[in-house]
Design a protein around this ligand. Sequence first.
Ligand SMILES: *Cc1c(COP(=O)(O)O)cnc(C)c1O
Length: 482
Amino acid sequence: MSEVKFFYGENIPLEMHKVRIVQKLNLLPVEHRQKAITEAGNNTFLLKNRDVFMDMLTDSGVNAMSDKQMGAMMVADDSYAGSETFTRLEQKIVEIFNKKFFLPAHQGRACENIISQVFIKPGQIVPMNYHFTTTKAHIMLNGGSVLEIPLDEALNVNSSFPFKGNMDVEKLKMAVEKHGPGNIAFVRLEAGANLIGGQPFSLENMQEVRQVCEAFGIMIVLDASLLADNLYFIKTREEQCRDMSIREITRALSELSDIIYFSARKLGNARGGGICTNDETLYMKMRELVPLYEGFLTYGGMSVREMEAIAVGLDETMDENMINQGPQFIAFMTEELLKKGVPVVTPPGGLGCHLDAMRFVEHIPQNEYPAGALAAALYIASGIRGMERGTMSEQRDEDGNEPFSDMELVRLAVPRRVFTLSQIKYALDRICWLYENRKLIGGLKFVSEPKILRFFFGRLEALSDWQTKLVKKFKEDIGDSL
Ligand SMILES: *Cc1c(COP(=O)(O)O)cnc(C)c1O
Protein backbone atom coordinates (compact mmCIF):
# COMPACT_ATOMS: atom_id res chain seq x y z
CA MET A 1 0.00 0.00 0.00
CA SER A 2 1.17 3.52 -0.67
CA GLU A 3 0.31 4.78 2.79
CA VAL A 4 1.77 7.74 4.66
CA LYS A 5 4.01 6.75 7.57
CA PHE A 6 4.59 9.20 10.42
CA PHE A 7 8.22 9.77 11.44
CA TYR A 8 7.53 10.71 15.07
CA GLY A 9 5.16 8.81 17.28
CA GLU A 10 2.30 6.58 16.31
CA ASN A 11 0.64 6.32 12.96
CA ILE A 12 -2.75 7.99 12.87
CA PRO A 13 -5.22 8.01 9.98
CA LEU A 14 -4.56 10.89 7.61
CA GLU A 15 -7.30 12.50 5.52
CA MET A 16 -6.22 12.25 1.87
CA HIS A 17 -8.58 15.01 0.76
CA LYS A 18 -9.33 18.59 1.66
CA VAL A 19 -12.69 19.87 2.76
CA ARG A 20 -14.05 22.67 0.60
CA ILE A 21 -17.79 22.50 1.21
CA VAL A 22 -18.89 22.32 4.81
CA GLN A 23 -22.12 21.87 6.70
CA LYS A 24 -22.46 23.46 10.12
CA LEU A 25 -23.10 21.07 12.98
CA ASN A 26 -25.19 21.69 16.04
CA LEU A 27 -24.29 20.29 19.46
CA LEU A 28 -27.17 20.66 21.91
CA PRO A 29 -26.57 20.98 25.68
CA VAL A 30 -26.95 17.69 27.56
CA GLU A 31 -30.43 18.40 29.02
CA HIS A 32 -31.71 19.15 25.52
CA ARG A 33 -30.24 15.90 24.31
CA GLN A 34 -32.13 14.02 27.02
CA LYS A 35 -35.33 15.78 25.94
CA ALA A 36 -34.70 15.01 22.26
CA ILE A 37 -34.13 11.28 22.85
CA THR A 38 -37.26 11.09 25.02
CA GLU A 39 -39.28 12.77 22.26
CA ALA A 40 -37.77 10.26 19.80
CA GLY A 41 -39.09 7.36 21.90
CA ASN A 42 -35.48 6.36 22.74
CA ASN A 43 -35.15 5.24 19.15
CA THR A 44 -32.24 6.86 17.28
CA PHE A 45 -34.10 6.40 13.96
CA LEU A 46 -36.66 8.93 15.22
CA LEU A 47 -34.20 11.69 16.15
CA LYS A 48 -34.26 14.85 14.05
CA ASN A 49 -31.05 15.56 12.18
CA ARG A 50 -30.89 19.09 13.61
CA ASP A 51 -30.56 17.55 17.10
CA VAL A 52 -27.68 15.28 16.04
CA PHE A 53 -24.00 16.25 16.27
CA MET A 54 -22.30 13.30 14.57
CA ASP A 55 -24.65 11.16 12.51
CA MET A 56 -23.18 7.65 12.72
CA LEU A 57 -26.44 5.84 11.99
CA THR A 58 -25.44 4.50 8.58
CA ASP A 59 -23.13 4.86 5.60
CA SER A 60 -26.06 4.72 3.17
CA GLY A 61 -26.38 7.76 0.93
CA VAL A 62 -24.35 9.94 3.31
CA ASN A 63 -20.79 9.43 2.08
CA ALA A 64 -19.05 12.62 0.93
CA MET A 65 -18.92 13.27 -2.79
CA SER A 66 -15.82 14.55 -4.54
CA ASP A 67 -15.41 17.73 -6.58
CA LYS A 68 -15.12 15.52 -9.67
CA GLN A 69 -18.44 13.85 -8.90
CA MET A 70 -20.17 17.20 -8.37
CA GLY A 71 -18.61 18.52 -11.57
CA ALA A 72 -19.78 15.52 -13.59
CA MET A 73 -23.32 15.96 -12.26
CA MET A 74 -23.43 19.40 -13.85
CA VAL A 75 -22.80 18.05 -17.34
CA ALA A 76 -25.22 15.13 -17.23
CA ASP A 77 -27.14 14.40 -20.41
CA ASP A 78 -30.83 14.24 -19.66
CA SER A 79 -33.17 12.21 -21.83
CA TYR A 80 -35.67 9.45 -21.30
CA ALA A 81 -33.94 7.10 -23.70
CA GLY A 82 -30.42 6.78 -25.01
CA SER A 83 -28.70 9.35 -22.81
CA GLU A 84 -24.95 9.83 -23.08
CA THR A 85 -24.79 9.67 -19.29
CA PHE A 86 -26.09 6.12 -19.27
CA THR A 87 -23.57 5.15 -21.94
CA ARG A 88 -20.76 6.57 -19.80
CA LEU A 89 -21.93 4.58 -16.77
CA GLU A 90 -22.29 1.41 -18.84
CA GLN A 91 -18.75 1.85 -20.16
CA LYS A 92 -17.41 2.38 -16.63
CA ILE A 93 -19.03 -0.91 -15.57
CA VAL A 94 -17.34 -2.69 -18.48
CA GLU A 95 -14.00 -1.09 -17.60
CA ILE A 96 -14.14 -1.93 -13.89
CA PHE A 97 -16.02 -5.23 -13.71
CA ASN A 98 -15.48 -6.45 -17.26
CA LYS A 99 -19.19 -7.20 -17.51
CA LYS A 100 -20.92 -6.43 -20.80
CA PHE A 101 -24.54 -6.12 -19.71
CA PHE A 102 -25.72 -3.54 -17.20
CA LEU A 103 -29.20 -2.96 -15.76
CA PRO A 104 -29.83 0.22 -13.75
CA ALA A 105 -32.01 0.21 -10.61
CA HIS A 106 -33.00 2.87 -8.07
CA GLN A 107 -31.12 1.24 -5.15
CA GLY A 108 -29.70 -2.03 -3.84
CA ARG A 109 -32.95 -3.62 -2.69
CA ALA A 110 -34.48 -2.98 -6.12
CA CYS A 111 -31.75 -5.20 -7.60
CA GLU A 112 -32.61 -7.82 -4.98
CA ASN A 113 -36.26 -7.64 -5.99
CA ILE A 114 -35.42 -8.31 -9.64
CA ILE A 115 -32.87 -11.07 -8.97
CA SER A 116 -35.16 -12.82 -6.47
CA GLN A 117 -38.23 -12.69 -8.75
CA VAL A 118 -36.33 -14.04 -11.73
CA PHE A 119 -34.21 -16.75 -10.14
CA ILE A 120 -36.02 -18.07 -7.06
CA LYS A 121 -38.66 -20.76 -7.34
CA PRO A 122 -40.79 -21.50 -4.25
CA GLY A 123 -39.05 -23.97 -1.94
CA GLN A 124 -35.54 -23.18 -3.18
CA ILE A 125 -32.76 -22.14 -0.87
CA VAL A 126 -30.08 -19.49 -1.21
CA PRO A 127 -26.83 -20.31 0.65
CA MET A 128 -24.88 -17.20 1.66
CA ASN A 129 -22.07 -16.08 3.93
CA TYR A 130 -24.52 -13.90 5.88
CA HIS A 131 -27.91 -12.32 5.22
CA PHE A 132 -28.77 -8.66 4.88
CA THR A 133 -32.20 -7.41 6.01
CA THR A 134 -33.61 -6.43 2.59
CA THR A 135 -32.03 -9.43 0.84
CA LYS A 136 -33.68 -11.90 3.18
CA ALA A 137 -37.05 -10.16 2.85
CA HIS A 138 -36.98 -10.38 -0.97
CA ILE A 139 -35.87 -14.02 -1.00
CA MET A 140 -38.68 -14.96 1.40
CA LEU A 141 -41.24 -12.91 -0.52
CA ASN A 142 -40.51 -15.12 -3.52
CA GLY A 143 -40.93 -18.36 -1.58
CA GLY A 144 -37.25 -19.04 -1.07
CA SER A 145 -35.29 -19.37 2.12
CA VAL A 146 -31.90 -18.20 3.31
CA LEU A 147 -29.22 -20.63 4.42
CA GLU A 148 -26.45 -18.85 6.30
CA ILE A 149 -23.16 -20.73 6.22
CA PRO A 150 -20.46 -18.41 7.55
CA LEU A 151 -17.43 -19.76 9.37
CA ASP A 152 -18.09 -20.37 13.08
CA GLU A 153 -15.58 -17.57 13.66
CA ALA A 154 -18.00 -15.05 12.11
CA LEU A 155 -20.11 -14.92 15.26
CA ASN A 156 -17.14 -14.66 17.57
CA VAL A 157 -17.26 -10.99 18.61
CA ASN A 158 -13.58 -10.90 19.53
CA SER A 159 -11.39 -12.56 17.01
CA SER A 160 -8.18 -11.90 15.17
CA PHE A 161 -9.30 -13.83 12.09
CA PRO A 162 -8.87 -11.48 9.11
CA PHE A 163 -11.73 -12.83 6.97
CA LYS A 164 -14.77 -13.36 9.20
CA GLY A 165 -16.95 -12.82 6.11
CA ASN A 166 -15.76 -16.08 4.50
CA MET A 167 -18.24 -18.76 3.53
CA ASP A 168 -17.75 -22.20 5.08
CA VAL A 169 -17.00 -24.22 1.94
CA GLU A 170 -17.54 -27.59 3.66
CA LYS A 171 -21.00 -26.50 4.76
CA LEU A 172 -21.70 -25.39 1.19
CA LYS A 173 -20.80 -28.86 -0.13
CA MET A 174 -22.98 -30.47 2.52
CA ALA A 175 -25.88 -28.20 1.63
CA VAL A 176 -25.60 -29.07 -2.08
CA GLU A 177 -25.52 -32.79 -1.24
CA LYS A 178 -28.46 -32.52 1.13
CA HIS A 179 -30.77 -30.35 -0.97
CA GLY A 180 -29.52 -31.18 -4.48
CA PRO A 181 -28.22 -28.52 -6.88
CA GLY A 182 -31.69 -28.14 -8.43
CA ASN A 183 -33.07 -26.82 -5.16
CA ILE A 184 -30.45 -24.13 -4.87
CA ALA A 185 -31.47 -20.92 -6.64
CA PHE A 186 -27.98 -19.45 -6.49
CA VAL A 187 -25.16 -18.90 -4.02
CA ARG A 188 -24.87 -15.34 -2.69
CA LEU A 189 -21.67 -13.79 -1.39
CA GLU A 190 -21.89 -10.47 0.38
CA ALA A 191 -18.78 -8.31 0.30
CA GLY A 192 -18.03 -6.62 3.63
CA ALA A 193 -20.72 -8.67 5.41
CA ASN A 194 -22.83 -5.89 6.88
CA LEU A 195 -24.63 -7.39 9.86
CA ILE A 196 -21.58 -9.06 11.40
CA GLY A 197 -19.65 -5.81 11.46
CA GLY A 198 -18.58 -5.11 7.87
CA GLN A 199 -16.37 -8.22 7.77
CA PRO A 200 -14.65 -9.20 4.48
CA PHE A 201 -14.24 -12.48 2.61
CA SER A 202 -10.96 -13.38 0.90
CA LEU A 203 -10.29 -13.91 -2.79
CA GLU A 204 -9.11 -17.42 -1.92
CA ASN A 205 -12.44 -18.18 -0.25
CA MET A 206 -14.36 -16.98 -3.30
CA GLN A 207 -12.17 -19.16 -5.53
CA GLU A 208 -13.07 -22.20 -3.40
CA VAL A 209 -16.77 -21.33 -3.46
CA ARG A 210 -16.52 -21.00 -7.25
CA GLN A 211 -15.06 -24.51 -7.58
CA VAL A 212 -17.99 -26.02 -5.72
CA CYS A 213 -20.54 -23.97 -7.69
CA GLU A 214 -18.96 -24.84 -11.02
CA ALA A 215 -18.92 -28.55 -10.19
CA PHE A 216 -22.69 -28.44 -9.62
CA GLY A 217 -23.69 -25.79 -12.17
CA ILE A 218 -24.81 -23.28 -9.54
CA MET A 219 -24.53 -19.57 -10.21
CA ILE A 220 -22.79 -17.06 -7.92
CA VAL A 221 -24.38 -13.70 -7.17
CA LEU A 222 -22.09 -11.11 -5.59
CA ASP A 223 -23.62 -8.36 -3.46
CA ALA A 224 -20.99 -5.68 -4.04
CA SER A 225 -22.63 -2.90 -2.00
CA LEU A 226 -19.76 -2.89 0.51
CA LEU A 227 -17.11 -3.97 -1.98
CA ALA A 228 -14.83 -0.96 -1.42
CA ASP A 229 -13.96 -1.98 2.15
CA ASN A 230 -13.63 -5.64 1.15
CA LEU A 231 -11.15 -4.71 -1.61
CA TYR A 232 -9.05 -2.78 0.87
CA PHE A 233 -8.97 -5.71 3.29
CA ILE A 234 -8.04 -8.20 0.56
CA LYS A 235 -5.21 -5.93 -0.50
CA THR A 236 -3.91 -5.41 3.05
CA ARG A 237 -4.66 -8.78 4.66
CA GLU A 238 -4.34 -11.42 1.92
CA GLU A 239 -0.83 -12.56 1.09
CA GLN A 240 -1.51 -13.62 -2.53
CA CYS A 241 -2.99 -10.16 -3.30
CA ARG A 242 -0.24 -7.90 -1.88
CA ASP A 243 1.11 -7.11 -5.32
CA MET A 244 -2.21 -6.85 -7.13
CA SER A 245 -3.77 -3.47 -7.81
CA ILE A 246 -7.29 -2.70 -6.60
CA ARG A 247 -8.42 -2.89 -10.23
CA GLU A 248 -6.89 -6.36 -10.60
CA ILE A 249 -8.51 -7.61 -7.41
CA THR A 250 -11.87 -6.24 -8.58
CA ARG A 251 -11.50 -8.03 -11.93
CA ALA A 252 -10.57 -11.27 -10.15
CA LEU A 253 -13.67 -11.15 -7.93
CA SER A 254 -15.82 -10.19 -10.89
CA GLU A 255 -14.57 -13.12 -12.97
CA LEU A 256 -15.75 -15.48 -10.24
CA SER A 257 -19.27 -13.97 -10.24
CA ASP A 258 -22.10 -14.71 -12.66
CA ILE A 259 -24.08 -11.69 -11.51
CA ILE A 260 -22.96 -8.63 -9.54
CA TYR A 261 -25.35 -6.14 -7.98
CA PHE A 262 -24.75 -3.12 -5.78
CA SER A 263 -26.27 -0.25 -3.89
CA ALA A 264 -24.62 2.93 -5.17
CA ARG A 265 -25.67 4.61 -1.92
CA LYS A 266 -22.55 2.86 -0.64
CA LEU A 267 -20.41 1.68 -3.56
CA GLY A 268 -19.47 4.76 -5.55
CA ASN A 269 -20.56 7.23 -2.84
CA ALA A 270 -23.66 8.33 -4.72
CA ARG A 271 -27.26 7.10 -4.97
CA GLY A 272 -28.92 4.39 -7.06
CA GLY A 273 -27.76 0.90 -7.94
CA GLY A 274 -27.41 -1.69 -10.68
CA ILE A 275 -26.90 -5.26 -11.81
CA CYS A 276 -24.28 -6.52 -14.28
CA THR A 277 -23.44 -9.82 -15.96
CA ASN A 278 -21.70 -11.26 -18.97
CA ASP A 279 -24.40 -13.85 -19.62
CA GLU A 280 -26.89 -12.63 -22.20
CA THR A 281 -29.54 -15.18 -21.20
CA LEU A 282 -29.45 -14.08 -17.56
CA TYR A 283 -29.50 -10.46 -18.70
CA MET A 284 -32.56 -10.92 -20.92
CA LYS A 285 -34.49 -12.59 -18.10
CA MET A 286 -33.80 -9.76 -15.64
CA ARG A 287 -34.23 -7.02 -18.23
CA GLU A 288 -37.98 -7.59 -18.53
CA LEU A 289 -38.55 -6.45 -14.96
CA VAL A 290 -36.58 -3.20 -15.14
CA PRO A 291 -39.19 -1.11 -17.02
CA LEU A 292 -41.87 -2.62 -14.79
CA TYR A 293 -40.38 -1.65 -11.42
CA GLU A 294 -37.58 0.82 -12.07
CA GLY A 295 -38.01 2.78 -15.28
CA PHE A 296 -36.69 2.67 -18.81
CA LEU A 297 -33.47 0.73 -19.42
CA THR A 298 -31.29 3.81 -19.66
CA TYR A 299 -32.11 5.22 -16.22
CA GLY A 300 -33.84 2.59 -14.03
CA GLY A 301 -35.25 5.05 -11.51
CA MET A 302 -32.07 7.11 -11.21
CA SER A 303 -31.58 10.72 -12.26
CA VAL A 304 -28.86 11.33 -14.82
CA ARG A 305 -26.97 13.30 -12.19
CA GLU A 306 -26.88 10.27 -9.93
CA MET A 307 -25.59 8.14 -12.79
CA GLU A 308 -22.77 10.58 -13.53
CA ALA A 309 -21.85 10.58 -9.83
CA ILE A 310 -21.77 6.76 -9.78
CA ALA A 311 -19.51 6.54 -12.85
CA VAL A 312 -16.97 8.90 -11.28
CA GLY A 313 -17.44 7.36 -7.82
CA LEU A 314 -16.71 3.84 -9.12
CA ASP A 315 -13.55 5.12 -10.71
CA GLU A 316 -12.47 6.72 -7.42
CA THR A 317 -13.19 3.43 -5.64
CA MET A 318 -10.23 1.98 -7.54
CA ASP A 319 -7.94 4.42 -5.67
CA GLU A 320 -6.25 2.89 -2.61
CA ASN A 321 -5.96 6.27 -0.96
CA MET A 322 -9.70 6.74 -1.22
CA ILE A 323 -10.93 3.35 -0.04
CA ASN A 324 -8.44 3.22 2.84
CA GLN A 325 -10.16 6.15 4.55
CA GLY A 326 -13.14 4.31 6.06
CA PRO A 327 -11.22 1.24 7.28
CA GLN A 328 -8.35 3.32 8.71
CA PHE A 329 -10.64 5.56 10.75
CA ILE A 330 -12.63 2.53 11.93
CA ALA A 331 -9.42 0.68 12.90
CA PHE A 332 -8.22 3.75 14.81
CA MET A 333 -11.51 3.98 16.72
CA THR A 334 -11.54 0.27 17.48
CA GLU A 335 -7.93 0.16 18.66
CA GLU A 336 -8.24 3.25 20.86
CA LEU A 337 -11.35 1.79 22.51
CA LEU A 338 -9.60 -1.55 23.06
CA LYS A 339 -6.75 0.27 24.83
CA LYS A 340 -9.31 1.69 27.27
CA GLY A 341 -10.89 -1.73 27.74
CA VAL A 342 -14.14 -0.79 26.00
CA PRO A 343 -15.72 -3.91 24.43
CA VAL A 344 -15.84 -3.65 20.61
CA VAL A 345 -16.05 -6.05 17.67
CA THR A 346 -12.64 -7.22 16.42
CA PRO A 347 -10.91 -7.33 14.07
CA PRO A 348 -12.05 -3.90 12.86
CA GLY A 349 -14.12 -4.20 9.68
CA GLY A 350 -15.52 -1.73 7.19
CA LEU A 351 -18.70 0.32 7.56
CA GLY A 352 -18.27 1.31 11.19
CA CYS A 353 -17.00 0.67 14.69
CA HIS A 354 -19.26 -1.71 16.61
CA LEU A 355 -19.71 -1.50 20.40
CA ASP A 356 -20.46 -4.85 22.05
CA ALA A 357 -23.43 -4.00 24.27
CA MET A 358 -23.64 -7.52 25.68
CA ARG A 359 -20.45 -6.74 27.61
CA PHE A 360 -20.61 -2.91 27.74
CA VAL A 361 -23.85 -3.03 29.74
CA GLU A 362 -23.74 -6.64 30.89
CA HIS A 363 -26.15 -5.83 33.73
CA ILE A 364 -29.00 -5.19 31.24
CA PRO A 365 -30.83 -8.39 30.20
CA GLN A 366 -31.66 -8.93 26.53
CA ASN A 367 -35.38 -8.37 27.06
CA GLU A 368 -34.53 -4.82 28.17
CA TYR A 369 -32.61 -4.10 24.95
CA PRO A 370 -29.01 -3.48 26.03
CA ALA A 371 -27.94 -2.22 22.59
CA GLY A 372 -30.96 0.09 22.30
CA ALA A 373 -30.31 1.44 25.80
CA LEU A 374 -26.63 1.98 25.02
CA ALA A 375 -27.48 3.83 21.79
CA ALA A 376 -29.85 6.13 23.72
CA ALA A 377 -27.27 6.69 26.47
CA LEU A 378 -24.55 7.48 23.94
CA TYR A 379 -26.76 10.10 22.30
CA ILE A 380 -27.34 11.75 25.69
CA ALA A 381 -23.62 11.69 26.49
CA SER A 382 -22.44 12.97 23.12
CA GLY A 383 -25.08 13.98 20.60
CA ILE A 384 -23.86 11.04 18.49
CA ARG A 385 -26.45 8.95 16.70
CA GLY A 386 -25.62 5.25 16.36
CA MET A 387 -27.83 2.31 15.36
CA GLU A 388 -29.09 -0.55 17.50
CA ARG A 389 -28.23 -3.92 15.94
CA GLY A 390 -29.52 -6.41 18.45
CA THR A 391 -32.78 -7.78 19.82
CA MET A 392 -34.75 -4.61 19.00
CA SER A 393 -33.88 -5.24 15.34
CA GLU A 394 -35.39 -8.74 15.51
CA GLN A 395 -39.02 -9.55 14.89
CA ARG A 396 -41.42 -11.43 17.19
CA ASP A 397 -42.54 -14.87 15.97
CA GLU A 398 -46.18 -15.79 15.24
CA ASP A 399 -46.86 -16.55 18.93
CA GLY A 400 -45.51 -13.17 20.00
CA ASN A 401 -42.30 -14.59 21.46
CA GLU A 402 -39.24 -12.44 21.16
CA PRO A 403 -36.12 -14.09 19.75
CA PHE A 404 -32.90 -12.77 21.27
CA SER A 405 -30.27 -11.87 18.70
CA ASP A 406 -26.83 -13.56 18.58
CA MET A 407 -25.10 -10.25 19.17
CA GLU A 408 -26.10 -6.97 20.81
CA LEU A 409 -24.25 -4.28 18.91
CA VAL A 410 -24.34 -0.51 18.63
CA ARG A 411 -23.07 0.35 15.20
CA LEU A 412 -21.23 3.63 14.85
CA ALA A 413 -21.03 3.98 11.09
CA VAL A 414 -18.17 6.04 9.68
CA PRO A 415 -19.53 7.51 6.43
CA ARG A 416 -16.66 7.82 3.97
CA ARG A 417 -14.70 11.11 3.98
CA VAL A 418 -17.26 12.83 6.24
CA PHE A 419 -15.66 13.09 9.71
CA THR A 420 -12.25 14.44 10.68
CA LEU A 421 -9.93 12.83 13.21
CA SER A 422 -10.82 15.45 15.86
CA GLN A 423 -14.47 14.48 15.60
CA ILE A 424 -13.56 10.81 15.94
CA LYS A 425 -11.50 11.72 19.03
CA TYR A 426 -14.49 13.53 20.50
CA ALA A 427 -16.56 10.36 19.95
CA LEU A 428 -13.87 8.29 21.71
CA ASP A 429 -13.80 10.68 24.66
CA ARG A 430 -17.54 10.43 25.23
CA ILE A 431 -17.67 6.64 24.69
CA CYS A 432 -14.92 6.19 27.31
CA TRP A 433 -16.75 8.47 29.75
CA LEU A 434 -19.91 6.47 29.21
CA TYR A 435 -18.04 3.22 29.75
CA GLU A 436 -16.74 4.44 33.11
CA ASN A 437 -20.30 5.34 34.06
CA ARG A 438 -21.94 2.30 32.47
CA LYS A 439 -23.59 1.16 35.71
CA LEU A 440 -25.86 4.20 35.46
CA ILE A 441 -27.35 2.95 32.19
CA GLY A 442 -30.66 1.13 32.56
CA GLY A 443 -33.00 -0.80 30.30
CA LEU A 444 -35.84 0.16 27.96
CA LYS A 445 -39.31 -1.16 27.23
CA PHE A 446 -41.52 -0.79 24.18
CA VAL A 447 -44.51 1.51 24.56
CA SER A 448 -45.42 1.31 20.89
CA GLU A 449 -44.27 -1.73 18.95
CA PRO A 450 -45.00 -2.15 15.22
CA LYS A 451 -45.34 -5.73 13.96
CA ILE A 452 -42.97 -5.39 11.00
CA LEU A 453 -39.47 -3.90 11.21
CA ARG A 454 -40.19 -2.55 14.70
CA PHE A 455 -36.75 -0.98 15.02
CA PHE A 456 -37.60 1.69 12.42
CA PHE A 457 -40.67 3.21 14.06
CA GLY A 458 -41.02 1.63 17.51
CA ARG A 459 -41.09 3.87 20.60
CA LEU A 460 -39.55 2.94 23.96
CA GLU A 461 -39.40 4.25 27.49
CA ALA A 462 -36.64 4.15 30.09
CA LEU A 463 -37.40 1.57 32.81
CA SER A 464 -36.37 3.98 35.60
CA ASP A 465 -35.07 7.54 35.94
CA TRP A 466 -31.57 6.38 34.85
CA GLN A 467 -31.35 8.99 32.08
CA THR A 468 -31.82 11.87 34.54
CA LYS A 469 -29.10 10.39 36.74
CA LEU A 470 -26.82 10.09 33.73
CA VAL A 471 -27.35 13.76 32.86
CA LYS A 472 -26.61 14.75 36.47
CA LYS A 473 -23.36 12.78 36.47
CA PHE A 474 -22.39 14.26 33.10
CA LYS A 475 -22.80 17.77 34.53
CA GLU A 476 -20.75 16.89 37.60
CA ASP A 477 -17.93 15.46 35.52
CA ILE A 478 -17.91 17.56 32.38
CA GLY A 479 -19.60 20.66 33.76
CA ASP A 480 -21.65 23.10 31.74
CA SER A 481 -19.58 22.48 28.65
CA LEU A 482 -21.38 20.74 25.80
C1 LIG B 1 -27.46 -1.33 1.99
C2 LIG B 1 -27.30 -2.69 1.50
C3 LIG B 1 -28.22 -3.25 0.60
C4 LIG B 1 -29.46 -2.53 0.16
O1 LIG B 1 -29.16 -1.37 -0.55
P1 LIG B 1 -30.16 -0.11 -0.55
O2 LIG B 1 -29.57 0.82 -1.54
O3 LIG B 1 -30.21 0.44 0.84
O4 LIG B 1 -31.50 -0.61 -0.98
C5 LIG B 1 -27.97 -4.55 0.16
N1 LIG B 1 -26.89 -5.24 0.58
C6 LIG B 1 -26.00 -4.72 1.45
C7 LIG B 1 -24.82 -5.54 1.86
C8 LIG B 1 -26.16 -3.44 1.94
O5 LIG B 1 -25.27 -2.94 2.82
